[in-house]
Design a protein around this ligand. Structure first.
Ligand code: WQD
Length: 337
């Protein structure tokens, strides 16, 4: 009998890639999604890739009665909780929406795990909890600074919620993964990032510019104290990130331990280096111009990966070049959809 994993937000960007990794690892993923930031047709794409019909429930994870149905009907072994809003700028304009959904949905999930004796949780957190780094690469001991946005603060609150529930035995075990910058798409080109409206994030803006959807990319500032003056981030291929979630489930069942881990490549890349990577691997010229800094952006951050590599027996296999190639393939397929 395959272990059933509830994947909340499983039709979303990272969720859908993780569903593939779970199938490949012999788990049975069950998707719960309200499609507020994803599309139902992604489920068909997942079937094309996995050759399986992925069981799914249309449900808002803040709706306890609705979500209870899943726990009642399915013998859940573990939960991977992705369902959350993640747009930094939007969270500043509408903090209530972020606190209600991001914290409320986790609260609901843990309550139901408690009621139904589900012991394993993998939680989707973010490097944004660190704020501007005091040292680089950032390791898991780096201080948690005052969040730069309600989105970042909601992730900090969720991490505290998990540790409090572990201490009170209202949660058996959890692995919290602090993502750096997820990029790229499944090599099939059948799934990928699906931003609603104008993309906030760099890579979908790059691919939409290359596709002619956007006139040009604005590079937000080139007078930072970095080699080429542009911000540095740790861009991790979404399939590497997906595999880390599977490893986290296996680690919990082998060790029974809870832990918080950085999930990045350990390598920093500047915005211009990301653009150059995209141009090189896809053999095209990108139309970009330098613009003013974006408020709230930190100058640079990239991960210390030793703890995750040792704990999960996991390491990244894809490069930023792979991510840029895969992102472009997905964008071209979207255009022909
Ligand atoms: C990356 C770099 C921009 C767009 C946020 C969240 C993080 C995670 C990923 C959820 C920055 C520059 C961007 C553009 C640009 N969220 N940029 N022109 O802000 O590092 O992280 O998204 O998982 O938690 O904090 O990602 O892709 O927006 O920006 O120059 O049009 O690209 O200034 O330096 P960010 P991003």
């Amino acid at each position: 009998m395959k272990k059933k994993i509830l994947v909340t937000g499983g039709a979303g960007y990272i969720g859908s890639h993780t569903v593939i990794a779970l199938c490949e690892a012999g788990f049975e993923p069950i998707i719960a999604d309200n499609y507020s930031n994803s599309e139902p047709w992604i489920l068909d794409q997942l079937t094309k890739i996995t050759k399986k019909k992925i069981k799914n429930y249309t449900v808002d994870c803040t709706d306890k009665d609705g979500l209870k149905k899943v726990f009642k009907e399915e013998q859940i072994y573990g939960v991977i909780h992705f369902a959350a809003y993640k747009a930094v700028g939007e969270s500043v304009e509408n903090p209530l929406k972020y606190y209600q959904n991001n914290i409320g949905s986790l609260n609901c999930v843990i309550e139901l795990m408690n009621e139904y004796g589900v012991e394993n949780l993998v939680f989707s957190s973010s490097c944004t909890v660190y704020g501007e780094a005091d040292y680089l690469p950032v390791d898991e001991k780096h201080p948690i600074k005052k969040a730069e946005s309600p989105y970042g603060y909601s992730k900090q609150v969720c991490e505290t919620l998990i540790s409090d529930c572990l201490n009170s035995n209202q949660l058996t075990r959890a692995i919290t993964l602090r993502y750096f910058n997820p990029v790229g798409a499944h090599t099939s080109g059948l799934i990928g990032e699906l931003p609603i409206g104008t993309p906030n994030n760099l890579v979908p803006f790059i691919t939409q510019t290359a596709a002619g959807i956007r006139k040009y990319l604005t590079v937000f500032g080139n007078d930072y104290k970095t080699d080429d003056g542009t911000c540095i981030r740790d861009y991790i291929h979404v399939m590497d990130l997906a595999n880390a979630h599977v490893k986290a489930l296996n680690t919990m069942s082998e060790t029974g331990k809870s832990i918080t881990l950085n999930v990045g490549t350990g390598k920093g890349s500047s915005v211009l280096e990301a653009v150059q990577s995209f141009e090189k691997v896809n053999q095209l010229k990108l139309n970009y111009r330098i613009g003013p800094k974006r408020s709230g952006d930190i100058e640079q951050i990239y991960a210390a990966t030793e703890l995750a590599e040792k704990t999960l027996k996991w390491r990244t296999e894809y490069s930023i070049d792979d991510a840029m190639k895969d992102a472009w393939r997905w964008e071209k397929n979207l255009a022909n959809k």
